[in-house]
Ligand binder design. Structure first.
Ligand code: SF4
Ligand code: SF4
Ligand code: FES
Length: 246
């Protein structure tokens, strides 16, 4: 069986090229990548760690859909590409340095320890979001990041909710303030992030929940404000329709 792998080397011409490789159907994509590297082409570059779906380091795209290479079986002619929305360093390896900054910019960490007692029930509330393995699949699948590199992105917003729902966190208002710009209101609610998450984390629903929390804290959707201003311009001061208003 043959698959295609996107290769990239900034020091070669052409820099980007797609190569065909013979692979075994009964092995995972990661096992096949290792075999190609060991037996056919030592220059093939990819990331991996645990080989069992725990570390998140082997995330790539198969036929444009984000997957973990160590958990993926292949079909004839599959196209293997690096994650989107990150700079490619080489072949299937992308530069994830900006993740640290993204998490820091949203204060998605424990800022101030509260003295509240945490029960088993409280722990259950943040269990799913705490399972994020930072594989970046959701980030790669997000259409907003293709047009707005400043968007905080799904795994960051999910992590903010995790700390807002965490009784151990005493400092919540900073976190809500920091996700207003390039954050919760910029999401299109397309659901791509939810579909590709290997940990079944539902970032789309997490973002909806964050919008509710922000609204209760007195924030409003800036897009809705603009819409209502445009809409109101269609009416005169007495509330009658002004045909020149639109
Ligand atoms: S639901 Fe929102 S965060 Fe998730 S992929 Fe779509 S636009 Fe991005
Ligand atoms: S939320 Fe899911 S897809 Fe996104 S980084 Fe975490 S584990 Fe990966
Ligand atoms: S190698 Fe760790 S998740 Fe695939």
């Amino acid at each position: 069986m043959k698959i295609r792998i996107a290769r990239y080397d900034k020091n070669k011409e052409p820099k980007a090229i797609v190569f065909e490789y013979e692979v075994s159907e009964d092995k995972t994509l990661l096992e096949n990548l290792k075999e190609i590297k060991e037996k056919k082409d030592a220059s093939l570059t990819f990331r991996c760690g645990c080989r069992s779906g725990v570390c998140g380091s082997c995330a790539i795209r198969v036929n444009e859909v984000e997957r973990l290479a160590c958990k993926t079986k292949l079909k004839e002619n599959d196209l293997i590409q690096p994650l989107k929305n990150y700079e490619v360093i080489r072949d299937l390896v992308v530069n994830i340095d900006k993740n640290k900054q993204l998490l820091q910019n949203s204060n998605s960490f424990l800022e101030e320890l509260s003295s509240q007692k945490v029960t088993k029930e409280d722990e259950k509330l943040i269990h799913r979001q705490s399972n994020c393995i930072l594989c970046q699949s959701c980030y790669s699948s997000c259409p907003v990041l293709e047009v707005n590199k400043e968007f905080k992105g799904p795994f960051v917003l999910t992590r903010v909710l995790r700390y807002l729902d965490d009784k151990k966190e005493a400092q919540k208002s900073n976190k809500i303030a920091l996700i207003q710009e390039n954050g919760i209101w910029d999401c299109t609610l397309c659901g791509n992030c939810t579909m590709v998450c290997p940990e079944f984390i539902d970032s789309k629903s997490d973002i909806l929940k964050l919008r509710m929390i922000a609204t209760q804290a007195g924030y409003t959707d800036p897009n809705f404000q603009n819409f209502s201003m445009d809409f109101n311009s269609g009416f005169d001061s007495s509330g009658g329709f002004n045909p020149n208003g639109f």
